[in-house]
Design a protein around this ligand. Sequence first.
Ligand code: ZN
Length: 366
Amino acid sequence: MATGFLFHELYMWHDTGRAALWHPAGLTVEPDMNAENADTKRRFRNLLDVAGLLDHLVTINARSATLDEILRVHTPAYVDRIKAMSDAHGGDAGEVTPFGPGGYEIALLAAGGTMATLDAVVTGEVNNAYALVRPPGHHAEPDRGRGYCIFGNVAVAVRHAQAVHGLKRIAVVDWDVHHGNGTQKVFYDDASVLTISIHQDNWYPADSGHIHETGSGKGAGFNINVPLPPGSGREPYIATFERVVAPALRAFKPELIVVASGFDGGIYDPLGRMMVTSTTYRRLTRVLLDVADEVCGGRLVLSHEGGYSAAYVPYCGLAVMEELSGRKTNIGDPFAVYIDVAGGHQMYPHQEAVIAKAEALARKLT
Ligand code: ZN
C-alpha cells in the first residue's frame, strides 16, 4: 500500500498580507498576520517530517495547471484579471482573497498540484494521496475568488479526471468547516459529480450551504449539504460520516473520491466554532477509506483547504496521514488528553435533527 504526498515551497510564498483574522487592516483595525498564512501548512509538513512519516510517503511533484485546464472551470475574463493583478502588484481576487505578485502562478501550481495528486491515484502509482496545496480552492467560483480561494483546485482536478481519465462518476466530500460553495456551484447541474459538504451552519459564505440546496436540473439530488450547528464535536461528526456520507457514497458508487480537506473544524480553530479533534479526523478518514475500498478500489485524493490553528492543524494532518498510510508514528496528539474528554462531544437533539434530514437525502440516492 502506498500513500502519496505533494508539497511545493512556493505554496508557502503565496502572500495574503496583513489583516486582523480575515478582515483587512485599516485605521480602525490594527494589522496582524492574516489568519490564512503559511505557518499552519508548513508546520503540518514539518510534523510529518519530524514524525518520520514523510520518508514513507511517495513524493508527488507539483506542476502548474495550464490555461486550458483552468478554463474548464473558470471564465477567461476572471483568469485574465487575476493574471493582470498578479503581474502588477497583486490585489484581491474578489471577496477576502488577497494575493501578492506571482499569486497567479502559485494558484496555478495549487490547481496543478491537486491534478498531479489525482493522476497518481487514478493511474495506480499510489493508493491514496494528500496534496498540501495553497491557496485553497473550495470557495472559488467560476468568475470570482472568495474566502482565500483563487482557483477551484478540487473542481479543476475533477474536470481533469473526466476529460483526461474518462471517469464517469466522481464524489467530492468537503469536511472544511466552511461551505464548499465553489465546488457546489460548478457541479450543481451535474449528475456525474456527487458533492457533499459538511460545514458549520450559515457560517461562510453567509446564506450558503443550506440543506435545501440539493442540486438542479440533471444534478437534482446530487448535492448534499450537512450544515451542522456550531459546537458539533465527535458524535455528530462521526454520525454524519457513518449515516450520511458513507451511505451516499455507497449508493452513488463513484470511481474516485476527492476530499476538500480543511482542518478548521478543529477545536482550537479561530475561524470556526466546531470541536473536531485529531482523533475524530482519524476516524472520519477511516470511514472514507473503508467506503473507498468498497466502491472504488480505495482511490482517495485529499486536497488541502482551510485550517488556521498553527499549533493544532499539524496533529490533525498527522492523524489523517497515519490513517491513509496505515503507518502509526511515535508522535501522538499532545492536546488529546484534554480535548477528547472535553464536554460537548455527545450528540444533542438539534444536531440529530440536521443529520436525520441529511440522512434522508442520502437515502434518495439509492
Ligand atoms: Zn474553511
